[in-house]
Design a binder for this molecule. Sequence first.
Ligand code: LLP
Length: 382
Amino acid sequence: MFPVEKFRSLPTPFYFYDVALFRRTAQAALSEAQKYGYIIHYALKANAGEKLLRLLSGMGFGADCVSGAEVQRALSCGFSPESIAFAGVGKRDDEINLGIDHRIFSFNCESEQELEVINELAKAKGAVAHVALRINPNVDAHTHAHITTGLDENKFGINLWQLLDVAKKVKQMSNLKLVCIHFHIGSQITEFSPFTELCAKVNELQGQLEQAGVTVEHVNVGGGLGVDYEHPAEHSVPEFAAYFATLNRHIKLRPGQQLHCELGRSIVAQCGSLITQCLYVKELQKKNFVVVDAGMTDLIRPALYGAYHKIENITPQRAAEKVYDVVGPICESSDTFDKDVTLPQTQRGDLMAIRTAGAYGEVMASRYNLRQLPKAFFSDEV
Ligand code: LLP
């Protein structure tokens, strides 16, 4: 499936994106959402590559941004301002002003103080900013602690005990219009029960808000749909049909109310691989190591979250297999992509693919050790 001969002329390590799979995935997500009239704001944080963004904006996706630079990137890649949700627990004034100037769809607000600041900044411009209340629903996403966001102990959102009070205050703020309630419980969620639970919470809160005289036109349930890191080939397209059907079955929208979501990982993860080259094979008494030229600077997920990414030796194969730890060149033991991986007997110069790396891969790369940022290549261009 990989054009290995063509890879020989490219500088490793690099990200490789299968554009046909990307289109298929995005189209599948869009068609399933459209069955119910739902809107997807693609979460740029997962992958903000311009080529992929242009394809998504052209297909009709909205954007979910978490920094001024992401808002600018979304705009320059063709997303319309009224399709942009701007989230984040710490928005700077200049970033807020950018959003106000472009009349974005919504600021997803996480505290009363943030609402006051946006109100003031909008007032100074004689504008009315559209806001969503990001509500922390205290729903457990059953995912990695670092990417669980919807619990009371997390820093995100407005807690349930504050909600009615904050909602009433927003109504008094002359330069804000409350258009949406927003939720996001976490990422890489592989069971549907947390989404079901979230829907029940949304229904309950909508009831409470209505009793307090607060109604909104939009409900945004955030992102979080997981992907299959173990079997990238078998499950190359995530379960969008089941995800949207779950939302549709459990959420009770009010007449005319529009549902939004913010998928990131599920749209881009499977189409991307990190391609790296074996530099050395160290066969020691206790372990065999394959030292590759990609490191935690190129893909930090294994080091940061203990995340699993399937590793394949994609060089035309020798039959015998061996067990290796696949490690990078950085001087930290956490710079390990996986341990005890069974691979065909590997040699210096072999090309390896670290799969399911399209989301939170390239965007999280760093220049630690003054390493170059990895380049990106696309299947329809190499
Ligand atoms: N909306 C909000 C408010 C978010 O915080 C996130 C992700 C998303 C949407 C998109 O979620 P997705 O559909 O991609 O699960 N770096 C971590 C993931 C961090 C996710 C942060 N928020 C990782 O590599 O697993």
